[in-house]
Structure formats: structure tokens, C-alpha cells
Design a protein around this ligand. Sequence first.
Ligand SMILES: [Mn+2]
Length: 290
Amino acid sequence: MRWFAYNGDADGICSMVQWGLVHGIEGKRITGVKRDIELLRKVFAKEGDELVVMDISLARNASLASDIERNGVKIQWFDHHLAGSYKGNIETYIDNSPSVCTAIIVQEYLGIKSNWSQVALHGDGLSDVSTMPNLKELGELLNYNGYGKDISDLHFHPDTLLLSCMQAKTPEMFLETKEFEILKKGFAKDIEKSESISLRDGAYILPNEAWARRVVGVFAHRINSESSGPHVIAIEKEGSYQISLRGQSGIGELCAMFGGGGRETAGGIDDLPKEDMAALMNEVDTRRDK
Ligand SMILES: [Mn+2]
């Protein structure tokens, strides 16, 4: 049997569509919301099975991967996140250069030319690299659909979107589907709600509701494109905040001081106790452009 484990965001879905249009997607497919990166926990492959992984970090799944490999499963791994130093015999197609996404890697592996890889570039925020600006909205909408606490927050299960994309065959045809229309309307509604959120003591505080959990990534991106920051965008939970931090530099490091992590310009803290918010804001204030 063939297993697939793929990220439920635009890049993961587009990678799968490309594979599926060539080889089919029969088998057992495991996916989830974008933040669910330990998908290999749900793979129960047996000796002689195959596993294809798309757009999931090998570094963060190394021990799960090695357990599966030791069971006699052949693994092919396509990704552009940090790979770490994996010691096993996985067939890896990993390239973490900043202008590449997984769908580009898969396209090359398959030896095809596909506009789905262009959709994926937009989804991963690499519009500068894409040669097809007409597919930007689709990439962003597929990416937006992956955001939520769990599947119930999403407009569509990522696997349902995968099947619709395959049925449409091309991104251009997908733009004519009712699924695209639903994503477009859903996104517009969420964004409209987010426009009522204003600064409170230096931070943007969103309620812990499905619409906010879906749109928080795009909201943070918009705030950040307006000024240099750092910007604190928080979802208010019971005793804590889920923090998204955006800025020009040192953001991952700043998040790490509070138990989170991230990159130079974007980061997050999953569960910041409310009593630590003042300390975080102090750190943020010292880094603000004066
Ligand atoms: Mn990706």
C-alpha cells in the first residue's frame, strides 16, 4: 500500500495534485491543518508499504521517520524546510533555498511543467519568484484554508480541496469551481471582521474564534506590511495568548526568549501566560523604531 503524508497548505496540496495527475493518489492520505506538522504519527505503514511525504520538515519528524523506515517501508521525502542530519536511508528531495517550494521540487522530480507549482509559490509567500501573477489569489486562498486550530475551523478539509483540484486538472479551471467561490467569500468575511480589531496597549488582540484563527496569518502579514514593527498579534485564550510576532529582524530570537520560535522576520509563541504579556511588550518596545 502507498501512504501519503502532506501539509494541508497550498504547497502541500499543489505538490500532491502534481503527483496525483501523473501517478494517482490511491492509498492512504494523511493531512491536517498547517500547524499540524507531526503528521507521521498517523502513518501506520507495514513492511513493503511505501510512504510519500510532501512539505513537512524531516528535522522535526526524524524519529518518527526512522521508526517507519525500520519497519521496512520505502520513503520518498519532498520538502523545502530544514532537513537536519537524518541518518537513515530515506530517498530525499530536499532543497531549502529561499526561492523554492515543495511543489517546484516535485515538478522537477516528475519531469513535468505545471501551473500548480506557480500556485504553490504564491501560497508560500514567494510571489516574487512566480511568473504567473494571475494565480496569486488562488495560492493565497489555498494557503489561508490551512489555518485553524483543527480541521473543524477550516472551510474545507485539505483532502477535499486536493480532490477538487485534481478534478479541475488545472488551476485556471479551479478558478471556475464553487470551492473557489466559497474560499473567496469566506476569506472576505474573515478579513472584514479583522478590520474592527484595533491596537490595545500596543498589541492587536483577536478573540479565540474560528474566523480569527483562520485569518490571523494574513492579518499579521497586512499589519506588518504597513510599518516596521515589531508587531504583536495575539489570540486571547483562557489563561494565555497565542502570539504571532512580525518585524524586520530578530523576531525568532525574541519569541525564543518566551518559549516560542521562528525566523528572522516572523515568529510565534503558542501559549504565553497572560502574566508574561507585559514582559513581552517591554522587550518589543525596546526594539521599536523610535
Ligand atoms: Mn511549503
